[in-house]
Design a protein around this ligand. Structure first.
Ligand SMILES: Cc1cc2nc3c(=O)[nH]c(=O)nc-3n(C[C@H](O)[C@H](O)[C@H](O)COP(=O)(O)OP(=O)(O)OC[C@H]3O[C@@H](n4cnc5c(N)ncnc54)[C@H](O)[C@@H]3O)c2cc1C
Ligand code: FES
Length: 344
């Protein structure tokens, strides 16, 4: 059995199979909607159901209704929907690749930088800021953002924070050797800059949320773009800002870029900014109306940033883009834990 999904105020319509999510059906038909975690946690995919019935996890929702999560909602009738954005997308652009471990390093005790190379003649197209999925031996998957610029299309660089007991970041990573193979699927995600607009870019990252920001800025440098960019990177201590030296070099070299490191639990000799990274943004930029904000990393930071930037900073909701590093198995935004409050 299949249902028809029509997109309000457009001539777009596509079929959705029984049990298939609205997001998956849109992608199969060659359209992409906003999304990030694909698990019903981060709210990136939420939109309006103008007409029809869906099941969202164990909830039945009948239109008209707002706040429907298209990554988990499955139709129970024909639908009319209103996503926040919809764009053409080539389903064939996503590839499954067996990648080889090419280099591994540890810029901090709890962060690994993993470089994977693709087989000769295989290239993967992605937009700076997107992520990939790694398949684990038991069939589970984990998502990681590319930290390299898309011009380096023969491989990927990943920044992986160690999660105590974590299946991938501890168990798999601790046994991984050079030349080992990993199954990946690339690309995923909606976290890339919209450069058709002339807005200034404000990046807010925590911990390894720096990875996609690094990819975006490296891409901007290679493309000789020079619009105003502010990068706020938050962590508990200096070690969490494991590539701050690169950001300082960018800020020294490019007059259009400024870098603000923010620590929530600094050493006594830290003379920089302190506190929550998104609050530092609001202290500096009272009016966010002329900016596009790209926030990445800890889901609790992203939730707070979205709410405070739109309510206190005057940021239009459609200028906030985010990738929340939602942990596997999470069914809601995890409450910040002392150890993970600002560093994913
Ligand atoms: C779109 C997207 C992009 C991502 N990109 C990156 C990236 O570039 N770099 C990166 O380091 N991570 C990233 N993540 C998170 C990553 O996918 C994994 O969730 C993370 O590495 C943990 O996986 P694991 O297998 O090591 O631990 P798991 O086996 O999944 O977790 C072990 C236990 O720890 C808990 N846990 C895991 N992570 C956290 C956390 N942050 N806070 C609190 N509890 C936690 C789990 O709920 C579980 O109980 C991303 C996630 C998403 C959704
Ligand atoms: S993508 Fe749907 S809630 Fe995260």
């Amino acid at each position: 059995m299949s249902y028809q999904i029509s997109v309000q105020d457009s001539d777009i319509a596509f079929d959705c199979n029984e049990g298939e999510t609205v997001l998956a059906a849109a992608e199969r038909a060659g359209y992409t909607l906003p999304y990030s975690c694909r698990k019903g946690v981060c709210s990136s995919c939420q939109g309006w159901l103008d007409d029809g019935d869906v099941r969202q996890r164990s909830r039945e929702i009948s239109g008209p209704a707002g706040g429907v999560l298209f990554c988990t909602a499955t139709p129970k009738s024909d639908l009319t929907v209103r996503p926040r954005r919809i764009a053409r997308y080539d389903p064939l652009a996503r590839k499954k690749i067996t990648a080889r471990v090419f280099r591994m390093s540890r810029p901090a005790d709890d962060v690994a930088v993993l470089q994977l190379r693709f087989p000769a003649s295989i290239r993967a197209k992605f937009k700076a800021g997107q992520y990939l999925r790694v398949k684990l031996p038991d069939g589970e998957e984990r998502s990681f953002s590319m930290a390299n610029a898309p011009q380096e299309s023969d491989g990927v660089q990943l920044h992986i924070r160690h999660v105590p007991g974590g299946h991938f970041s501890e168990k798999v990573l601790s046994t991984l050797k050079l030349d080992d193979r990993l199954e990946i699927e690339i690309p995923y995600g909606d976290f890339y800059v919209r450069d058709a607009s002339d807005a200034r870019y404000l990046f807010v990252a925590t911990g390894t949320g720096f990875a996609p920001v690094r990819s975006i800025i490296d891409d901007m440098i290679r493309r000789r773009l020079s619009r105003e960019v502010r990068l706020y990177w938050g962590g508990r201590s200096r070690a969490d800002l494991y590539q701050a030296a690169i950001c300082r070099k960018w800020a020294d070299r490019f007059p259009w870029l400024s870098f603000v490191p923010v620590l929530s639990n600094p050493d006594a000799d830290w003379s920089g900014r302190t506190g929550l990274v998104h609050r530092a943004v609001l202290d500096d930029v009272a009016d966010l109306a002329g900016w596009q904000v790209y926030a990445c990393g800890n889901p609790a930071m992203i939730q707070a940033a979205r709410s405070d930037f739109t309510s206190l900073g005057g940021l239009p909701e459609d200028r906030f883009f985010a990738d929340a590093f939602v942990p596997s198995g999470a069914t809601e935004v995890p409450a910040p834990q002392p150890a993970l409050a600002t560093a994913v």
